[in-house]
Design a protein. Sequence first.
Length: 457
Amino acid sequence: MGHILLAAPPIERFHLHEQVSRRLLRRGHRVTLLCTDPVTQRCYDVHGMPARLLAQARRPDPADLPTQELAARDLRLTGQGRPDFRRLLRRYRARLEHAAPSLVRHFETELPDLVVTFQGRSGLHRLIDAAAQRFGCPTTHLGDGLLPGTMQHDPRGIDGDSSIATRPAAYYRTGATDRGLCEASLAAVLGEFDSPPTARRFVHPPDFLDGIACLASARSPAAARWALSRLRAWRSESERPVVKPEPNLFGLPSNPFVAVLLQGPRDPRVLLDTQHGGPHALELCRSVRRATQAIDPTLGVVAITSPDLDPGVIEAIRADGVRVRPAQAAPAAIATAAAVVTVNHPLAMIGLLADTPVLHLGSALYDLPGITRRTALERLRADLETALHAAPHAGLRLRFASRVLTEDHVWCDAEAPDPNGLRGIVHHLEDQLQRAGGQPETAPYRPGPGWPLVRGA
């Protein structure tokens, strides 16, 4: 049996980590949760989970880890253009240098067989990955997938850090095609199908002593503010049920239109996987509007908003003559649009399944010639006109989707995991343990949505 380290588990995904840990323990594995702040550590520890705290060392020490480069990553995640970026860079580097000695000491004294992170693209997550590589420990990174109800996994990272993003198109030219899986995936997304989730464990809210103990451990006002935010997240996790927004399929034009998938200004994909943080949402919509008017004045534009977009920006987009629809309308809009334009929104994957041309401005897992088209604002009109008249390479798209959705994704909703999806995560982790050095047979798991691929479930 293997020792699995769940590194930097967020409180917001308590249910997922609790369910995965429980299944790993039942199969005889040893599980440790390495928490990066006292509140998260106390939250998991209160619920009987083996949580350890990655304490901040008294003296900063880079420990031969790339703290300067990773601090620059943290700075990018805050957004660019701040006048005090040098001071912030020193602050972020100091945080990493204070965490590095404790991290190295943890790997020296208790080397795990596998390190797992979830949705981790910060400098601290990459520091954990670098420390694991230094000690020869295999890693796997989990994150939100390209389709609703899926999770991506990769040994190098997620999204722009993933090895999937570096594969050439030739990698998929000889792969197998699972047309049934692709059709079932599109049907499940458009049908808003969700597999029945597992029962959620009752989460005990933080009491007065929890709050006092966590706040007392804060060494600075910034640490105290962070502890308060984590305590609020803990309480929120104990109170809120999982409620998914209702599908919104109305309001799409009957005439041909181009869909623009907007992303929030703090989206890590936009901040890390584009040059200079990508274009502003308003600028992107205006550019698409000008391009469509030059190509065909009757061609409409529909902007699919993001929940974290400023309402003022949405009103400005609407004032420019662009029809605005909520995020719930994204699957239907992508499947029925003449083309899709985005920076690097993950749901553009639906366009590949629905034979919709996809144009994107940033790095993405689907950034492959013949599958999608990489563009820029200055050449958007020419690329959009070409995409509207050129048929996509359907065979290559099917091979890409079959490979990525079967072997690089797990069909599990991180917010409301179902039994088969949890078995898929355990299957993947045990597969990594087997590759690292002989482990027992992996857990049974069937890739694909719960419906309509019900055969063999």
